[in-house]
Write a protein that binds this ligand. Structure first.
Ligand SMILES: [Zn+2]
Ligand SMILES: [Zn+2]
Ligand SMILES: [Zn+2]
Length: 266
């Protein structure tokens, strides 16, 4: 479609309108957050909201803290803003403020999606596709076959077949003295490993993982947690050092034709 000179492109106008509407909403939410926050800790209350007779707001935690302080000192609790007496006999809740806070947006701590505060807990514990219960502890026992590269100086490496975890297919590879041209020339040996995503993904897959020794192995490994954000453009983690407790165990691992490792997807 052609637009006459000087006439705005309706598509671009629509995007700009949506953007400025979003910015306005964010500004409004920030302003409301400043008004509805607890007068003591300045946080937005996440449960009950109390108020002094003059309407100064306090979150449940600050309110009970003030009450406990007053008991400890054998004094009357007072609103820190206006010094009016407050008491547990007739604590005044402000339901309208509680509901208004519930409508303000907040981000899910797992997936980052914006949700109204009143439903973010339900989202994070039931609906969120990245909530930890879904991801916790998928354990795969890996057998890495020894192979040699076809380079002029053949290099030993190990790799698994594909395995499934967290709804994707993965592979693990190891290299010996990765940064050296010819590892046979060095007495010092170290193994590094890489996790590779083998399936396409529509969004990035952020994974925390741990590599430990295989079952019945006498080799001890430090349970270090590694992290990588896998995307179609970057489907391989960096080469991480194999976290052996005793570096000399590297030779024990290399003696075997097959490396047995246990991979834990967090
Ligand atoms: Zn507070
Ligand atoms: Zn007050
Ligand atoms: Zn979420």
């Amino acid at each position: 479609m052609n637009f006459q000179e000087g006439q705005p492109d309706p598509k671009r106008c629509k995007i700009q309108d949506e953007l400025s509407e979003k910015t306005e909403l964010v500004r409004l939410a920030t302003r409301l957050g400043g008004i509805l926050c607890c007068a003591v800790c300045l946080d937005l209350p996440s449960s009950a909201v109390f108020q002094c007779p003059n309407g100064h707001l306090m979150c449940g935690a600050c309110f009970t803290h003030l009450m406990a302080d007053a008991c400890l000192r054998d004094e009357t609790a007072m609103c820190p803003n206006c010094r009016t007496k407050i008491s547990t006999d007739l604590p005044t809740r402000n339901l309208a403020v509680e509901k208004a806070i519930g409508e303000l947006p907040t981000s899910c701590r797992y997936c980052g999606d914006e949700q109204p505060r009143h439903s973010v807990h339900h989202h994070a514990t039931v609906d969120c596709l990245q909530r930890p219960e879904l991801l916790i502890c998928s354990i795969s026992d890996l057998h890495l076959r020894a192979c040699h590269t076809e380079d002029f100086i053949q290099k030993l490496f190990h790799e698994t077949g594909r395995f499934s975890a967290h709804s994707h297919q993965w592979m693990v590879r190891t290299r010996i003295n990765n940064e050296q041209k010819d590892p046979t020339q060095s007495v010092d040996r170290h193994i590094s490993f890489q996790l590779a995503l083998k399936t396409k993904t529509s969004s990035s897959v952020k994974i925390h993982f741990v590599m430990v020794h295989g079952p019945y192995s006498e080799i001890q490994m430090k349970p270090l947690v590694f992290m990588h954000d896998f995307t179609n453009e970057e489907p391989e983690s960096p080469w991480n050092p194999m976290p052996l407790k005793d570096p000399a165990d590297c030779n024990k691992l290399l003696m075997a034709r097959t490396l047995k490792l246990r991979y834990i997807h967090l």
